[in-house]
Ligand binder design. Structure first.
Ligand code: SF4
Length: 191
């Protein structure tokens, strides 16, 4: 799954609402690619369960070679750590999708999970952090990406800032079981 700031469409007349009106968003995934959905930590899953009445929202997925290779691409230079955290003999939870590829938590007005309880990956997308620098994925499904030609423009379009994204990225690393990235500010233990 690409992820979902489309969750903000309820009160957002901006780019995420316009993206949702056009068709599939970052909260959709081709069901045949579901094994490549980002992993959910136990903590993230439990936080969703604490606030969502929706059942059947998660799938236990084997750590396939292709999945682990995909996660490795997110953390260049940390492949050995990633392969330890996501051992191929093990499994992980991910978000479940319907036959149409929509995340089970996606409602008519966007994500049904309160923003602060959504998976970190959802809250980061379409941004990521590499070497302490905020970058963006070249995700054509994201209207903000299609409309903008530079990172500052995408940040402005979505209303995100680098400090918040770096903090979320640090929390995601902790949640996924990865050590703090070198040179990044530590995050508080509380989520
Ligand atoms: S959890 Fe919410 S924001 Fe994340 S993919 Fe599902 S609907 Fe979108």
């Amino acid at each position: 799954m690409q992820k979902g700031r489309a969750g903000e469409i309820d009160n957002d007349p901006g780019v995420c609402a316009r993206c949702a009106a056009l068709g599939p968003t970052c909260c959709h995934l081709d069901p045949v690619d579901s094994e490549f959905c980002f992993p959910l930590s136990e903590m993230e899953k439990n936080r969703i369960l604490d606030c969502s009445p929706i059942s059947g929202g998660f799938v236990l997925q084997a750590n396939s070679r292709a999945f682990v290779d995909n996660v490795c691409r997110l953390f260049p230079g940390e492949e050995d750590t990633v392969r330890t955290v996501f051992a191929e003999s093990d499994s992980h939870f991910r978000l479940a999708v319907g036959d149409d590829g929509a995340c089970r938590f996606l409602g008519p007005q966007g994500c049904t999970i309160p923003r602060e309880s959504r998976p970190y990956y959802c809250r980061l997308f379409p941004f990521w952090v590499v070497g302490g620098e905020v970058i963006h994925f070249d995700a054509r499904i994201c209207l903000a990406r299609r409309e903008a030609s530079s990172l500052p423009q995408i940040l402005n379009s979505i209303g995100a800032n680098r400090a918040e994204l770096r903090d979320l990225y640090g929390r995601l690393r902790l949640a996924w079981g990865l050590p703090p990235a070198r040179g990044m500010q530590s995050v508080k233990k509380g989520f």
